[in-house]
Design a protein around this ligand. Structure first.
Ligand code: PEP
Ligand code: MN
Length: 345
C-alpha cells in the first residue's frame, strides 16, 4: 500500500502516518518526491485495512498495489529508476550501457586482450566470470579469487568498470570488493538468501532471469533485493528454456517491453546466452535496443575457438565493433545513445 501525502503536508503529518503504520505492525518507508511525499507500507502479504490512515491529516490518497511485488512496481514508483555507475553513467536513463567481455576470465593475457578490444569498440563495462556456475561439474569452474585480481588489473589498465558474478552468500563479499556491479546469474535467480544479502550491499546488482522463470518470478526476486534496502537493481533478459532447440534459449525480446510496463527498474538484454550462437547475437542486440533495452551484455573473446566457456556464442572483436555501430544507430532512432565513459545524461 502507498500513502500519497498532500503537497503541503507538514513533516509532523508525515511522521504521524509513519508512527501509525508502525503501530499497525508494518514498516513505513517515506519517499520524498519533487512534488510530494509518499509513504510506502511494507511487510503486508495482503490487503491492509486503510481506514485509520485515510482520515489522517495531510493524507491525499491511498493506493493499493495490486501486484504480488510492491517496491519494484510502476504503481509504487512511476518514474524510471536510473542506477548510477561509478563512471558517472546510469543504467535506465536515455543512454544504453554496453557491458562486454568473455564468459570467463581465463588468463592475464586473455582478459587484457578482451578488455582492450571491447573498450576500443566503445563498451564502458567489462564482463567476465571468475566464479562460474557450470552445468557440468567437470567443466571449467573459473579462476576464483585470482580471476578477480585479473579483473581488477584490467580495470586499472583500461578504466572499464567490472561486472562479475557472485554464486553464493559466502563468496558475495569477496566478489563485491572487486566488482562495480555484482551479477546474479540465471541459476541463482531464486537463491533467496543470496538475494537478501545483495539487498544489504550498496553496489548495483545485475539480476539475470532464471532459466525457466516467468517475468513475475524475476520481479519477485528483484523485490527481495529492494526489500532489504538496495534500490540499485538492473534486470537482465537472457533467454528462457523452450521446446525448440534451434537456439540455446528462447530470447524473449517481448520481456523487455513487458518489464518496462510493470516495473520502474531498468532491464538489459543478453543476446549471447539468449541465442547461444554468435551469428545471431548482433541481430538480437539490435532487436533488444529497438525494444527499449537499457543495456546490452555481450560475450566477446579475443580468440573464441580457444574459449574455456561459451565460445560458440562469443563474438570476435571485429564482429563486436559492428554490433556497436549498429546498436548505436538503432538507439539514435529511438532518441537514445550508447553510453560513453564518464558521460552523464
Ligand atoms: C554468464 O553471464 O556468463 C552466465 C553464466 O549467464 P547466465 O547466468 O545467464 O547463464
Ligand atoms: Mn557465459
Amino acid at each position: 500500500m502507498l500513502i500519497v501525502m498532500k503537497q503541503d503536508a507538514t513533516p509532523d503529518e508525515i511522521a504521524g502516518v509513519v508512527t501509525t503504520i508502525a503501530a499497525m505492525g508494518y514498516e513505513a518507508r517515506p519517499m520524498p518526491g519533487r512534488q510530494r511525499t509518499t509513504v510506502g507500507l511494507v511487510g503486508n502479504d495482503g490487503r491492509v485495512d486503510a481506514s485509520t490512515i485515510e482520515g489522517m491529516a495531510g493524507v491525499a490518497e491511498i493506493i493499493h498495489v495490486s501486484k504480488p511485488y510492491k517496491q519494484v512496481s510502476r504503481e509504487w514508483k512511476p518514474e524510471p529508476t536510473r542506477v548510477p555507475l561509478p563512471d558517472g553513467t546510469f543504467v535506465g536513463g536515455s543512454e544504453v550501457v554496453v557491458m562486454a567481455g568473455p564468459c570467463s576470465v581465463e588468463s592475464a593475457e586473455q582478459i587484457l586482450a578482451a578488455a582492450r578490444a571491447v573498450k576500443h569498440a566503445g563498451a564502458t563495462v567489462l564482463r567476465a566470470g571468475a566464479f562460474k556456475p557450470r552445468s557440468s561439474p567437470y567443466s571449467f569452474q573459473g579462476l576464483g579469487r585470482y580471476g578477480l585480481e585479473l579483473l581488477a588489473m584490467a580495470r586499472q589498465e583500461t578504466g572499464l568498470l567490472i561486472v562479475t558474478e557472485a554464486m553464493d552468500v559466502e563468496g558475495l563479499e569477496l566478489v563485491a570488493e572487486t566488482a562495480d556491479i555484482v551479477q546474479i546469474g540465471a541459476r541463482s535467480m531464486q537463491n533467496y538468501p543470496l538475494l537478501k544479502e545483495c539487498g544489504r550491499l550498496r553496489k548495483p546488482i545485475l539480476l539475470k532471469r532464471g532459466l525457466a522463470a516467468t517475468v513475475t518470478e524475476l520481479l519477485l526476486s528483484a523485490e527481495y533485493i529492494l526489500a532489504e534496502g538496495n534500490p540499485n537493481v538492473i534486470l537482465c533478459e537472457r533467454g528462457i528454456r523452450s521446446f525448440d532447440t534451434t537456439t540455446r534459449n528462447l530470447f524473449d525480446v517481448a520481456a523487455i517491453a513487458v518489464v518496462h510496463g510493470l516495473s520502474h527498474l531498468p532491464i538489459m538484454a543478453d543476446p549471447s546466452h539468449g541465442t547461444g550462437r554468435r551469428e545471431m547475437v548482433t541481430a538480437m542486440a539490435r532487436a533488444a535496443v529497438a525494444a527499449g533495452a537499457d543495456g546490452l551484455l555481450v560475450e566477446v573473446h579475443p580468440n573464441p575457438e580457444r574459449a574455456m566457456s561459451d565460445g560458440a556464442q562469443s563474438l570476435y572483436p571485429d564482429q563486436f565493433e559492428k554490433l556497436m555501430r549498429e546498436a548505436g544507430a538503432i538507439a539514435e532512432v529511438i532518441g537514445r545513445s550508447l553510453a560513453t565513459a564518464g558521460s552523464v545524461v
